[in-house]
Design a protein around this ligand. Structure first.
Ligand SMILES: CC(=O)N[C@H]1[C@@H](OP(=O)(O)OP(=O)(O)OC[C@H]2O[C@@H](n3ccc(=O)[nH]c3=O)[C@H](O)[C@@H]2O)O[C@H](CO)[C@@H](O)[C@@H]1O[C@H](C)C(=O)N[C@@H](C)C(=O)N[C@H](CCC(=O)O)C(=O)O
Ligand SMILES: Nc1ncnc2c1ncn2[C@@H]1O[C@H](COP(=O)(O)OP(=O)(O)OP(=O)(O)O)[C@@H](O)[C@H]1O
Length: 515
């Protein structure tokens, strides 16, 4: 780990990112004559609140010049920014044409290129990234005696077994390289990470080449002022993974699969595809899975026509077998033989807040806590209910909200995916920045056009679940309550601040008296 001011200038310059270096004495294309230009930085940050002796600061996003006040005295050595802040600080400024790209390249260099010490696997897609990441980590952990790290939207894991709640799906570049360094120093050989479309949009993975990438699926989502302006932009960002990978895995049934094949071809990388089949429809995909029994409790997986045996996941839902295929393909590309017993390690994986099933003591109430929150995932969830419980003609209740300030289309999509297939909606709180919960709930209520479905707004999320459970108890026959969008989270974001929340799974366990 060694990065000096002179190294930084050279690196930025070689990537055509450097406009100039500004010091009180001169403007230049190099750091010659600047005090201590060859002394390594001891710290790198994008947040002034963590500046200490020997720090290189990268100013990005909604950075404000007043954040620089007093930093020279606290040890700031230099800053990197798209704007000249010499009116606010005397320390050298490396002025760049893209601060986020600069942040990524400088962080990788500062942390000694830790990605080169790991086999790095990236997973993108609208749905299934987290689940596939957990499956893949389980296989690689089994294969390598616990030496696989994970960056996911639920948890990060830097030592193969300790999981710490994460903040973003794909970490900010600096955080990613810092954690990669820690993982490599912990002896990890592999890293599995989720790659969101935002990661490419805001250059969180700039300069990173994945040993293997996977594209799971694409459906409309994440379109808003703070995410993507259009679906085309959303897909374009996701497609970038193919251009930054050495090998690729593709769901043959994904929308726009042919375009992704073209991407892999244009990038000149090999591609393995997979296909889930629940009927007799043919496929010539590299990897296939078909149900082994009518209950769909196990699937037979084949690779290049050779049977790999039966796999029975702990996670319910046919769609999870598509995720499992992706994990097998990724692990194989990372060096695990198809017939390795390690492939079966994914069978025992549970993913917090995904397809958690709770059955009441009377056997007539089933609650499912899940992270579905767009059209495709809500539809897949209800497909599962029909497949698993359809014969008992269940009365289905959906407890759902939708995120504030982003992904606005979800509000209508969730309603459209469910309203002709369920008995009741209970619209409730989900995370929001500035939009009040009640407005989002009422907007969702306004999208209900089927007169046969009951729809209520109960903003308090615990009370919403209580209402669903009470109704289930007072109704004869099987009730299935789907509680979606919060998963395992123990907080709820209300008007921009995180408020402690019991957790959907805990509320359900309490109300159904199951542990
Ligand atoms: C739009 C976006 O990418 N925003 C991210 C970005 O914000 P930003 O750079 O604008 O940062 P900011 O919070 O406005 O502050 C500006 C800068 O000033 C700094 N600062 C701030 C205060 C101070 O006193 N001193 C100081 O230096 C901050 O550290 C920051 O570097 O950088 C922050 C950390 O560096 C991120 O937390 C933040 O993500 C926001 C919270 C977010 O929610 N993003 C979502 C849209 C997102 O990225 N989602 C995707 C996809 C999810 C999915 O697929 O489901 C994800 O990958 O998670
Ligand atoms: N392959 C799939 N196809 C359709 N729906 C899926 C698939 N995999 C998972 N889901 C649904 O999507 C939900 C979220 O799954 P997961 O967390 O694995 O995906 P993700 O891509 O990480 O999602 P997000 O970006 O919303 O965090 C699950 O709870 C399930 O309802």
């Amino acid at each position: 780990m060694s990065l000096s001011l002179a190294d930084g200038v050279h690196l930025l310059s070689s990537h055509h990112l450097l406009d100039e270096v500004i010091t009180p004495e001169r403007w230049s294309l190099n750091a010659d004559g600047t005090d201590n230009a060859d002394v390594p930085f001891t710290h790198i940050t994008y947040d002034t609140r963590t500046v200490r002796e020997g720090t290189l600061l990268v100013c990005k996003g909604r950075f404000r010049p007043e954040f620089l006040d007093g930093l020279k005295e606290r040890g700031l050595v230099a800053y990197v920014s798209e704007r000249d802040f010499s009116d606010h600080t005397e320390v050298p400024g490396l002025i760049v044409n893209d601060a986020r790209k600069a942040l990524s390249l400088l962080s990788a260099a500062f942390y000694g290129m830790p990605q080169n010490e790991l086999t790095v696997i990236g997973i993108t897609g609208t749905k299934g990234k987290t689940t596939t990441a957990y499956f893949t980590q389980a296989i690689l952990n089994a294969y390598s005696n616990g030496r696989c790290a994970l960056f996911s939207s639920v948890d990060n894991c830097l030592d193969g077994h300790t999981y710490v709640e994460s903040e973003l799906t794909t970490p900010e570049s600096l955080d990613a390289f810092r954690m990669m360094r820690e993982a490599a120093d912990n002896g990890m050989r592999y890293l599995v990470m989720e790659v969101s479309s935002q990661a490419y949009k805001v250059n969180r993975v700039h300069g990173l080449t994945f040993d293997v990438g996977a594209f799971l699926n694409i459906s409309p989502d994440h379109i808003s002022d703070i995410e993507h302006p259009t679906f085309e932009d959303y897909l374009y960002c996701k497609r970038q993974l193919a251009y930054h990978a050495r090998a690729f895995v593709l769901n043959a049934d994904a929308d726009h699969a042919d375009l992704i094949r073209e991407d892999a071809q244009a990038a000149g990388i090999p591609l393995a595809d997979f296909a889930l089949r629940t009927d007799d429809a043919p496929t010539n995909a590299t990897l296939t899975a078909r149900p082994s029994n009518a209950e769909h409790s196990a699937f037979s997986i084949a690779a290049n026509g050779h049977d790999l045996g039966e796999f029975s996941l702990s996670l319910a839902g046919d769609f999870n077998y598509a995720n499992a295929l992706a994990a097998v393909a990724l692990a194989h590309e990372a060096g695990v033989p198809f017939d390795s017993a390690a492939m079966h390690a994914m069978e025992s994986v549970h993913v917090p807040g995904r397809m958690e099933l709770f059955t009441g003591t009377d056997g007539d109430t089933v609650a499912i806590v899940d992270y579905a929150h767009n059209y495709t995932s809500v539809r897949a969830l209800i497909d599962f209910v029909e497949q698993r419980y359809g014969e008992r003609k269940p009365r289905i209740t959906l407890v759902a909200g939708s995120a504030g300030n982003k992904a606005f289309d979800r509000r209508q999509e969730i309603v459209e995916a469910a309203q002709d297939r369920i008995a009741r909606f209970v619209f409730t709180a989900e995370d929001t920045d500035t939009e009040p919960y009640i407005d989002i709930c009422n907007e969702m209520l306004g999208h209900v056009t089927n007169d046969h479905v009951d729809a209520t707004v109960i903003v308090d999320r615990v009370k919403a679940i209580e209402s669903a459970v009470e109704q289930a108890h007072s109704h004869d026959g099987l009730d299935v309550i789907l509680i979606i969008g919060k998963g395992h989270e123990r907080w709820i974001k209300d008007l921009n601040s995180h408020v402690a929340y019991e957790g959907d799974d805990c509320v359900v366990e309490r109300l159904l008296n199951v542990a």
